[in-house]
Design a protein around this ligand. Structure first.
Ligand SMILES: Nc1ncnc2c1ncn2[C@@H]1O[C@H](COP(=O)(O)OP(=O)(O)O)[C@@H](O)[C@H]1O
Ligand SMILES: [Mg+2]
Length: 306
């Protein structure tokens, strides 16, 4: 279902100083702008990270943002996985139109350099997917990827957000290093892991890397902790659990456990997140508990781990 089509980002003004990544990978610089300064949001960042792909980072980021909104917070959601920007799809937003170029850098704070944010279910969303066609890939090198993520965070036209939830790509590469090392504002990291040993191993690497940065590790979410049977509703294990000595739970608090649900996976593909459909009460309860715990930890109130 196509809910909306975007026009290309408003980057066509030749008087702006911008760098563009053309569809064939050429950088273009154009001349200076004189637009008025516009302050960017200084809301704390909640970075959703994992050492591994496919563990549910985007699912958690989307539903956490919606749960925070449901609890009265004003939320922006940054889709920083520029190589696989899935946030719009999971929220039912599709863009069919191909882009001829993408602006990677524009002089900070210029009104005309602002990226469009899209309002959906009460949250504001910024994504590279809004700049690209649905099947278009973005083949940028590491340094340029950082520029684009910087732009998605700092140059997006946020209006009054309390939190920016940032959905990261897997691993500890360029984009994560940029977000974790961003010294200019508070960065809190939420790690996502599935129960099995191999997922815990990859997240342990991420946690070790986080030790080198200013970012604060809030805790973790255990995703797909179990499976809810679509026919009988019974809960069963989906993965074998990591042994205690291999588990991350001895070093970070577990803030929530989200079960796997076939219905939720199907609805996610259809662009209907659980926090919108309410179709899986066990997940709604987990996301609500997660949002509550995340907020309380950020504002400094103690919450019991678990
Ligand atoms: N708790 C869950 N219940 C059902 N499906 C899930 C759950 N968590 C993730 N998924 C599904 O698993 C797939 C991978 O999730 P995704 O959030 O894209 O992972 P990542 O961002 O870590 O790569 C998606 O199809 C998503 O809908
Ligand atoms: Mg993802």
């Amino acid at each position: 279902m196509i809910d909306r089509r975007w026009d290309p980002a408003p980057d066509s003004d030749e008087s702006s100083r911008v760098w563009r990544q053309s569809a064939v990978g050429t950088l273009i610089s154009v001349s200076d702008a004189q637009a008025a300064q516009v302050p960017s949001s200084s809301a704390p960042i909640i970075a959703v990270a994992s050492g591994k792909g496919g563990v549910g980072k985007t699912t958690i980021a989307v539903n956490l943002a919606l749960a925070l909104h449901a609890q009265g917070h004003r939320v922006g959601l940054v889709d920083a996985d520029i190589y696989g920007p899935d946030v719009p799809r999971m929220l039912g937003l599709r863009r069919k139109q191909e882009a001829a170029s993408v602006t990677l850098f524009a002089a900070s704070g210029l009104a005309r350099s602002r990226l469009e944010v899209v309002d959906r279910h009460g949250i504001q969303i910024s994504s590279a997917a809004f700049l690209l066609g649905e099947d278009q890939g973005l083949g940028v090198q590491a340094g340029l990827a950082q520029l684009l993520v910087r732009r998605l965070i700092f140059d997006a036209a946020w209006t009054e957000v309390d939190y920016l939830v940032v959905d990261l790509p897997p691993g500890t590469a360029d984009i994560q290093q940029f977000v974790f090392g961003m010294g200019t504002r508070d960065v809190f990291v939420l790690v996502v892991v599935t129960p099995q040993a191999i997922a815990h191993q990859d997240v342990r690497r991420l946690i070790a890397d986080l030790g080198r940065h200013q970012a604060v590790t809030l805790g973790g979410v255990e995703n797909m902790c179990s499976q809810i049977c679509p026919s009988c509703g019974q809960t069963t294990e989906l993965f074998p659990a990591a042994a205690p000595q291999e588990s991350i739970w001895s070093s970070v608090p577990k803030l929530a456990s989200v079960p796997y649900s076939y219905v939720a996976a199907r609805d996610a593909d259809l662009g209907k997140p659980t926090m919108v459909t309410g179709a899986v009460p066990e997940q709604v309860a987990a996301y609500s508990a997660l949002a509550f715990a995340v907020h309380r930890r950020i504002v400094g109130d103690e919450v019991p781990d678990g």
